[in-house]
Structures are given as C-alpha cells and as structure tokens.
Design a protein around this ligand. Structure first.
Ligand code: PMP
Ligand code: GLN
Length: 393
C-alpha cells in the first residue's frame, strides 16, 4: 500500500500469477512431468533455427526493425493468407507483426474498446483475454461452451451467443481452434457468428493461433465469411505452428483501418518485435505443405496416445478436434475441484496439468475439468499415462 491504496490498480486486482506460470513452477519444484503449459519439448525445424542464426550473423534485425514488422515477414504472412485461405492483404497496410499473439490481443483490446464496452468471449477462455479486456476497461461477457456427452466434444450454443449481445457489445473475441477445449467451430457455426456480427454491427477479434493444428474438420478463418473482411481482426502466431513458442512472433491481419488502429496501441507497448526471428519465421511460412501435414499427423497420433491413456487411467476424456490440449473430467475419481486436484497431482503421481476452472466466470461450469497437453515426446506421454494409472487405485 502507498497513500492508503493497493499498489496494483483495480482493473488488475485479482489477476495474480497466470495459471501457466504457477503450474510450470510447480512442475520444476517437484520434478514432475509437465503436461500443463502448452509448449513443445522438441524445437521446431532445424533449418528455421538456422535461419534465425543466419539473420543474427548477417545483421538482419539486430537494430530496431520497422514498427509494423520486417517487409519479408509481412509479405510471407500475406502470401500465407492468400495461398491457404484465398484472403488478400496488402502487406504494407493490412498486416502487423506483434510480440506473439499475446501482444496482438492486448493491442486489439486497448485500441478498440472504450471503458464500459462489452466483449463477448467464449468460456472457458484463454487467461490473457480476461486480463486484456480488464486493462482496456471493458466488461467481459462470457458465453459458455458446454460439453456434449453424445459427441464427446464442447459445443457453442448459438442461441446463447445471440442472447449475450446488448447495445453495449463492441466486439466478439473468438478463438478457434479453441484452447482449452479443442473445439473447432464448424462452417455453419462461423457463418452464424458472422451473420450476427453483421446484423448487430459488431467487430470480431479472432484468435486463430492453432489454425494449423486441426485433426478433424478444417480451419476456416472467420474473415473469409461475407461481410467480415471489414470487421474482423485475425490473430495468429508462429509459436504453435512452428514449435518456437519462445520466439514470440505473432501477427494481425485485417482491413487497413483496423490494422492502423491496432498498430497505434502496439507501437506504445513494444514498438517493435524481435528482429532476427522475424526473418526466420518469414522462411517458416514458406515451408512446403509436407511440413504442415507431417506436423499435424504427428500431433494427431500424440492426441490419440494421450487420449487413450487418460481414458484407460479413468478420466472422462473430451475429444479435441484441434489444438494440442485434451480437456478431461475428474468426476470418475470422486473428485470435484480441478484446482485442488492439480495442486495435489505432482505429489500423488508426478504429473502437472492445468485446472480449466480458472478459465470460467461461472465457477460451477468448469469446476471438475482438467487440461493436459500432448505436445510432448511419446515417451513422456507414455510415462505420464503410466503414472496417472495409479490414481484409480
Ligand atoms: N491465444 C491462445 C488461444 C493461446 O493458447 C496462446 C498460447 N500460446 C496464445 C494466444 C499466445 O500466443 P503467443 O505465444 O504467440 O503469444
Ligand atoms: N498458450 C499456452 C497454454 O495455453 C501457454 C502460454 C502462456 O503461458 N501464457 O498452455
């Protein structure tokens, strides 16, 4: 306290330490297998790592790169959007490089919200959404994805989404493929979101960092739906696609006016993002389709390995269609409190996981859900499953 006031301002009160930092520290402290925080235990392609080294040695990006990102990367992003999705973007005015998707989300919220604006976010939500909406003075309005036991997946209730829109709604903050549930919104669901945004004149910020991690169905960018080009801020990142989460290279694609708004906030957050990595990611985005196909196939196999193992260990397992996370339910163990379960798990069997309960406003909705990541070596996944098998006894 100083001047009788808490040091942390009221917008951030209650945010504390992110669950990912808390659980990764717990894994280190207890020497546990970390299936919590989503980072691969194998680095991305050697040639991309070498491209970063080359950039460093050649003096590419060692001094402040241009604020919007180096032209090589902006062009590679625009080419990727065109080649994959048929979306055209001017690399000079409609692409912005950010310090990971995290900064893109923060800059979008800070740029687009007035205090008191409502933001609809799918719940369970990625933790930075809540903090960024709060820092921008916005009000979070969750719409809960609910488990559908028939399909073993989580579903968006379009009626609930529609009912959540009020005259104060400024934007929908979408995430597909969705962390932590692994839901991939279908063409019909996305079309309905798009129609609602157009009807109610809303902006949509769509976090598509797992765009290349889809195992069933396909990833369709929201920006490709009629009427959405001018009202969508699309966000992605190299971290997940290329297994370099520590490089923190992300990007925004949108119309010129939207990119300009987001850039206005971004330039006062980091001004620019790390230079040499941008050149390397420009090369990564031009890797042949075989890279993306085999990365996805490998992860699909890991999903099945972990999913089968968790089921055999006694968890109720929801089937992720995308991302590298599996959401489970711990009710079959007679447990109800995911946070307490995850705190105790290292002691009980040397494994760390993430309690989804912290990603909900509604404390009951996710109380017994626990998330595991499968972006780890096969023998780590097998060992984790072996250890978790002991839980039931
Ligand atoms: N959005 C989602 C849904 C995520 O899971 C993550 C975690 N990587 C991010 C954004 C942040 O991405 P980055 O590491 O590029 O900042
Ligand atoms: N996106 C990663 C996850 O969901 C973690 C990133 C972070 O630690 N902020 O596990």
């Amino acid at each position: 306290m100083t001047q009788g006031r808490p040091l942390l301002n009221r917008r951030l009160a209650g945010f504390g330490t992110t669950i990912f930092a808390e659980m990764s520290a717990l894994a280190v402290r207890t020497g546990s297998l970390n299936l919590g925080q989503g980072f691969p235990d194998t680095d991305g392609p050697d040639e991309i790592r070498e491209a970063a080294v080359r950039a460093l040695r050649d003096g590419l990006g060692n001094q402040y790169p241009p604020g919007p990102g180096v032209p090589e990367l902006r062009t590679a992003i625009a080419d990727h959007q065109l080649r994959r999705y048929g979306l055209t973007h001017d690399p000079d005015t409609e692409v912005l490089v950010t310090a990971g998707a995290t900064e893109a989300i923060a800059a979008a919220m800070l740029a687009l919200l007035e205090p008191g604006d409502e933001v609809i976010a799918l719940e369970p939500y990625y933790d930075s959404y809540a903090a960024c909406i709060a820092m921008a003075g916005g009000t979070r309005v969750p719409v809960t994805l609910r488990p559908d036991r028939d399909t073993g997946t989580f579903r968006l209730d379009l009626g609930e989404l529609r009912a959540a829109v009020t005259p104060r709604t400024r934007l929908i903050l979408l995430n597909t493929p969705h962390n932590p549930t692994g839901t991939v919104l279908t063409r019909e669901e996305l079309a309905a979101v798009a129609a609602l945004a157009c009807e109610r004149d809303l902006l949509v910020v769509t976090d598509e960092v797992y765009e290349h991690l889809v195992f069933e169905g396909e990833h369709i960018p929201l920006a490709s739906f009629p009427g959405m080009r001018e009202r969508t801020v699309s966000i992605s990142s190299a971290g997940k696609t290329f297994s370099f989460t520590g490089w923190k290279v992300g990007w925004v694609t949108a119309s010129g006016p939207l990119v300009s708004a987001v850039r206005t906030a971004k330039q006062y957050l980091t001004y620019v993002s790390a230079g040499p990595f941008q050149y390397a990611i420009a090369e990564a985005l031009r890797l042949p389709d075989s890279y993306f196909d085999s990365f996805r196939a490998d992860l699909r196999r890991k999903r099945d390995l972990l999913g089968d193992g968790l089921r055999a260990a006694g968890f109720e397992v929801y089937r992720p269609r995308g991302t590298y996370f599996i959401t489970t339910d711990i009710t079959p163990f007679g447990e109800k409190d995911a946070y307490a379960f995850c705190r105790a798990l290292p002691e009980r069997c040397g494994v760390v996981a993430i309690p989804n309960s912290v990603f909900y406003d509604d404390p009951d909705a996710g109380r017994s859900q626990v998330r595991f990541t499968f972006c780890k070596k096969d023998d780590v996944l097998r060992q984790a499953v072996d250890r978790l098998r002991g839980l039931a006894s």
